[in-house]
Design a protein around this ligand. Structure first.
Ligand code: ADP
Ligand code: MG
Length: 676
């Protein structure tokens, strides 16, 4: 029986070689082929050149007024030229390297040409000659490769559509299709591949995007359900009295946003289900104290807690601040990193294994093979975007029923976070503690760099420290380093011997980087020249100024994260962006960072100004790759698709409801639902 999961090998004309080529394009099944969407459409409807824009692709029809000529240059290159008359105007048409087309054209013939219009020269550079039959349509253009050409893909899609169209039944429940005015699956596929107008293709794409998000969201919900199996050992029966005592001895009052997320976390911990929660909060929003409360909750329930940070210096900073926060609360802390001496390690490991130590702070060292935990009830991952999924899981798997709290300052919209991090619940701290002096940010052109250096001098004279961030060249860490070294030398020449200048870049070993940060923290350097490696949350309270070179090369969210390194002490802080943006959007981006200190606002702005999914690190964070939908540009569709998937799976018997039958069948076929 025919099925959409049939191999494309069943189609006529697909032999072994073509099959390999198709597989390379990610096309294995008929379903893959039918959902292999065009990259663009060529509009083959005949245009009036009077209204066409320069450089536009156009289809024109005219009479050839003189015999076409072909000229050859060398062996392979040639140019076919003829003049055509359209209305009362004469245009020159040329085709490069297609000498055989001469056979198809001669004087006094009518001809239809598709090509690029050059207004100044009154020419059309031809791409193809059309017949009356192919003109006035929309030509779907597919990504192709050497083995499988454009035309072949088109032909195969037509074959597959003709043979399999009765099987294109609707997966999205009818009520949703009505609510969002979506097309049927059959029409979607038809209108994407063979649209009658650009509008028809657009409508079909809208449905395709919804479908893609919706099916993804359904999978996430189902996965989440699977994770949410009852597990009594995961329950943290914490002692509220201990938490009250901790709160009472805090030097500040929690913000209402912190209180809200603490409540969410505690409720989750108390449930006999493993917590899997992402805590999102802008730089400086106070995630650490929230983690501290979760940790103390676990410890008060006689479990162990671990917190993992991406760098040694950050781990050390946490160990110190927890030691003072937890004074008098029966918390036994150790710090375990790559720098821990062999002797210290030897004495520490048995104390972790027998449960005497109840809080383990560290880096990747926390999940090494020889580290055994007595009863790891909670694993906290700080700056979680710095870790891979496997590393996060590796720590969690050090316990049997370990709750997980992952923290990040990456200010991405909540819906996107839910998508990116799949089956996690998300808590957001959307408020900064009061009484902070907002960082003053200014943007200057590079011609004014000297005045910025003058400002830096003034800050240094007042005893403050300064970060200097060097340009970001995405392609190469080696180039970034060269830039950093050049600026380092330049600043040394300006400031030494009065002030010392340090250097930090990505090509240094972790140990070297940590050493440099520690030296800066201890004020052994007053100026730290660095690439973006300083992004991660280290507190140097005495650093109040940051200079960022070529600031327009950074994402807004990243600039925001970077400047979050200053503004941690009581003095006024400053951030100076040096940039010569080339266009209006670039200028607006700089102005946005200078005028707002709200990370969420900036990330939203970044999306608006940049359009397509350019969120820093989004790819590395394991964000799923969608075919047609763009989680950033199509955030609205993602939001509703996600809500609807939640609504559906909230009902216990959703799989057996008549309108969901095809959906359940599809998800089962794709091995998402396990029915046993
Ligand atoms: P991040 O969310 O970037 O990790 P931290 O947890 O490091 O932020 O907190 C930044 C600073 O704010 C710390 O010095 C912390 O003690 C302080 N802080 C946290 N919560 C509050 C609060 N509610 N009121 C005042 N200061 C706070
Ligand atoms: Mg932090």
């Amino acid at each position: 029986m025919a099925s959409l999961t049939d191999s494309v090998g069943v189609l006529k004309g697909v032999g072994q070689k073509r099959l390999v080529g198709l597989n390379k394009l990610g096309i294995n099944t008929i379903n893959d082929l039918l959902t292999y969407y065009p990259r663009r459409y060529d509009d083959l409807s005949i245009k009036d050149l009077a209204t066409a824009a320069d450089g536009q692709k156009v289809t024109v029809k005219g009479i050839i007024i003189a015999e076409p000529t072909v000229m050859f240059f060398g062996r392979k290159r040639s140019r076919l030229v003829f003049r055509i008359k359209i209305a009362d105007n004469i245009y020159t048409v040329s085709f490069f390297n297609q000498p055989w087309l001469k056979k198809e054209v001669s004087a006094n013939d009518e001809v239809i040409v598709f090509g690029t219009y050059n207004q100044a020269r009154n020419t059309v550079q031809g791409m193809k000659i059309l017949t009356a039959r192919t003109a006035n349509s929309f030509d779907s253009i597919y990504p192709a490769n050497k083995e499988v050409k454009q035309a072949t893909i088109k032909q195969l899609i037509k074959l597959a559509f003709d043979a399999y169209q009765p099987l294109l039944v609707d997966i999205v429940p009818a009520s949703l299709r009505r609510r969002y005015r979506l097309e049927s699956f059959h029409d979607t596929i038809k209108n994407i591949h063979f649209p009658e107008s650009p509008k028809a293709a657009q409508r079909a794409f809208r449905t395709a995007k919804f479908m893609e998000f919706f099916l993804f969201a359904m999978k996430v919900q189902i996965l989440k359900g699977a994770h949410r199996k009852t597990d009594p050992a995961a329950q943290i029966d914490y002692d509220p009295k201990v938490l009250d005592k901790f709160n009472a001895q805090l030097p500040f009052k929690l913000t209402s946003a912190q209180t809200k997320v603490v409540r969410e976390i505690l409720a989750d911990l108390k449930r006999p289900i493993q917590m899997n929660r992402l805590l999102q909060g802008d730089v400086g929003s106070g995630k650490t104290v929230v983690a501290a409360i979760a940790i103390l909750a676990a410890i008060s329930a006689h479990k162990q807690a671990a917190i993992m940070a991406p760098t040694e210096i950050l781990a050390e900073q946490h160990a110190n601040s927890f030691a003072s926060m937890f004074a008098g609360l029966n918390v036994n802390i150790v710090l375990l990193t790559g720098a821990t001496s062999a002797a210290a390690r030897r004495s520490m490991l048995p104390r972790i294994a027998d449960g005497e130590v109840n809080l383990i702070v560290g880096t990747h060292a926390l999940f090494q093979d020889d580290v055994h935990y007595a009863n790891l009830g909670l694993a906290v991952i700080d700056e979680q975007h710095r870790f891979g999924v496997n590393q996060r899981q590796a720590l969690r798997q050090k316990g049997t029923s370990t709750n997980m709290l992952a923290m990040t300052a990456t200010p991405i919209p909540r819906t996107l976070a839910i998508t990116m991090y799949g089956d996690m619940d998300v808590s957001v701290i959307d408020q900064l503690p009061t009484g902070r002096k907002p960082i003053k940010t200014t943007w200057i052109q590079s011609a004014k760099t000297d005045s910025a250096i003058g400002f830096v001098k003034k800050q240094l004279r007042q005893g403050n420290q300064v970060y200097v961030v060097t340009p970001l060249i995405e392609e190469s860490e080696a180039v970034d380093m060269k830039n950093a070294v050049a600026i380092f030398e330049r600043f040394r020449a300006i400031f030494e011997p009065d002030y010392k200048v340090g250097l930090l870049h990505g090509q240094m070993s972790n140990q070297e980087k940590d050493d440099a940060m520690v030296a800066f923290k201890n004020n052994q350097f007053q100026v730290m020249v660095a690439t973006t490696v300083i992004e991660v949350g280290v507190d140097v309270a005495n650093a109040n100024t940051m200079l960022i070179f070529d600031a327009d090369h950074f994402g807004l969210a990243q600039l925001h994260q970077l400047r979050g390194r200053v503004g941690r002490g009581s003095t006024q802080s400053y951030c100076i962006l040096i940039a010569d943006p080339k266009n209006e959007i670039g200028k607006q981006r700089m102005k946005a960072v200078a005028s707002s200190t709200n990370g969420f606002f900036l990330s939203q702005k970044d999306l608006e100004l940049r359009g397509q999914g350019d969120i820093t690190g989004a790819k590395q964070s394991g964000m799923p790759d969608f075919k047609v939908a763009d989680p950033v540009g199509d955030l609205n569709i993602l939001t509703v698709a996600n809500e609807e998937a939640q609504n559906i799976t909230a009902e216990k018997d959703w799989k057996t409801k008549p309108e969901n039958v095809q959906l359940a069948k599809y998800l089962q076929m794709n091995q998402t639902i396990n029915y046993d």
